[in-house]
Design a protein around this ligand. Structure first.
Ligand code: SF4
Length: 452
């Protein structure tokens, strides 16, 4: 009796994703490819035939976390493939975990897939594998983020050489993706249900400079590979677009009108890092603080709704008390909405390690606490000013009676939330836009109800 050959069970892969939104995009690409090739993705070490760990190597704490994650995967499963930023420092990984199956750097999808194929050959199913499967135009990648928002990576690498950072040595100089490619990916994501696109790169304002702003065609119109043209294209998709990692360059002024017209979220994530010109020079970053403040004033005049998020480093080598005070004065002047801060910590291989006069750890922590206290009052006051307003929000989740949403001022995972107290009763669903009347605020979040 002839029998139809039984389909073998799909090979199962576990995946641990660490690091920044850019690493998350890499993870999503690898996961998409695994799915296309018929691998099953599983949540538990026990269920996996092999585990891929996508690591981060940005600061020493991230290296530690990555090494711990690799160790846990080895202890729980045994077969571990490592990729991501820390993969650039193979010796560090090999020393701690000599048993890993393979190590590759960021965006090296081919090496990860080769390692997976070696450890776990893809299932061949004669009934479905008659032709090689390709992702169709409508098929969107596997996203680690909820279905209604997605990170859109527009470039790799960075042309800056900030002295505290080793990303350029790990990821190389800026390599932009041509604008039509990015717009087509965004279009597919929106067709797949995405309602918010989060544009990420190392320096979004430098987008296209390596391609000399090459013009490409999308939907019958010519677009330059340049930040403003990209934003115009994304605006055509009719969903929220949020820009991350922008430098305060003069040409950023040109996207403010798009924000004022409601075509782009009035939100800028600009890592200022410090406000003392001397410290900025030591960091090898642009140091014209007065001009930065003027620029912020100009942006707000053009788009009063603008939310500015930033990050800072306190306790950089040589930072004097007076220079730290300059930073606090900048906070008062700039009135930023959202701020993250870190006490400086040396990163192996970074130029700043050679700078004299390190700030003692206790003093760094004390300055960090003072910085956060000063900014907390500013953030709380800016949130309070929104009480009584109507905000268009995007629902992320339903939690009991509440709908957990975000306003245009809140990027996922890093900013605050809007808790809608009658969200469940109003039948809201994740991925839905809703008008919310804001009734209260605290240091981070807003509280409101569905506007009738
Ligand atoms: S802009 Fe500076 S901190 Fe950011 S990736 Fe480039 S070198 Fe690193």
């Amino acid at each position: 009796m002839s029998a139809i050959p039984a389909r073998t069970a799909a090979p199962r892969v576990g995946f641990v994703s660490l690091g920044c939104p850019k690493a998350l995009v890499d993870s999503e690409r690898i996961l998409s490819q695994l799915k296309v090739e018929g691998y099953e993705l599983v949540q538990r070490y026990d269920d996996a035939d092999v585990v891929v760990v996508n690591t981060c190597g940005f600061i020493d704490a991230a290296v530690e976390e990555s090494l711990e994650a690799i160790g846990e995967a080895i202890a729980e499963n045994g077969k571990v493939i490592v990729t991501g930023c820390l993969g650039k420092r193979e010796e560090v990984i090999r020393q701690a975990h000599p048993g890993v199956l393979s190590i590759s750097g960021p965006q090296d999808y081919a090496s990860v897939m080769r390692a997976v194929h070696t450890a776990l050959p893809p299932r061949h199913d004669p009934f479905i594998d008659l032709v090689p499967r390709r992702a169709s135009e409508d098929e969107i990648g596997v996203k680690l983020t909820p279905r209604h928002y997605a990170y859109l990576k527009i470039s790799e690498g960075c042309n800056h050489r900030c002295s505290f950072c080793i990303i350029p040595s790990m990821r190389g100089d800026l390599v932009s993706r041509p604008v039509d490619e990015v717009l087509r990916e965004a279009e597919r994501l929106v067709r797949g249900g995405v309602r918010e696109l989060l544009v990420v790169s190392q320096d979004t304002s430098a987008y296209g400079v390596d391609l000399r702003y090459a013009e490409r065609e999308w939907r019958g119109r010519r677009y330059e590979t340049r930040m403003r043209a990209l934003c115009e294209g994304l605006a055509e998709l009719g969903v929220w677009t949020r820009l991350h990692y922008v430098y305060p360059y003069p040409h950023v002024d040109r996207i403010i009108p798009l924000m004022a017209e409601g075509r782009l979220l009035p939100y800028l994530d600009i890592p200022f890092q410090h406000a003392s010109p001397r410290i900025l020079r030591l960091m090898k970053r642009p140091g014209a603080v007065e001009r930065t403040l003027e620029r912020i004033r100009g942006w707000r005049a053009g788009c009063p709704e603008l939310t500015i998020r930033s990050t800072f480093i306190v306790g950089f080598p040589g930072e004097s008390e007076a220079e730290f005070e300059e930073l606090l004065a900048f906070l008062d002047e700039a009135q930023l909405d959202r701020v993250g801060a870190f006490a400086y910590s040396p990163v192996e291989g970074a130029g700043a390690n050679a700078l004299p006069d390190p700030v003692p750890e206790a003093l760094k922590q004390e300055r960090l606490a003072r910085f956060m206290e000063r900014q907390a009052a500013i953030s709380a006051a800016r949130l309070e000013a929104r009480v009584g307003s109507l905000q268009r929000c995007l629902v992320d989740a339903i939690d009991g009676e509440l709908a957990i949403a975000r306003s245009p001022a809140d990027a996922p995972e890093i900013d605050g939330l809007v808790q809608i107290q009658d969200g469940a009763a109003a039948g809201l669903q994740p991925g839905q836009f809703v008008e919310v009347r804001i009734m209260g605020s605290d240091e981070h979040d807003l509280y409101g109800e569905v506007a009738r």
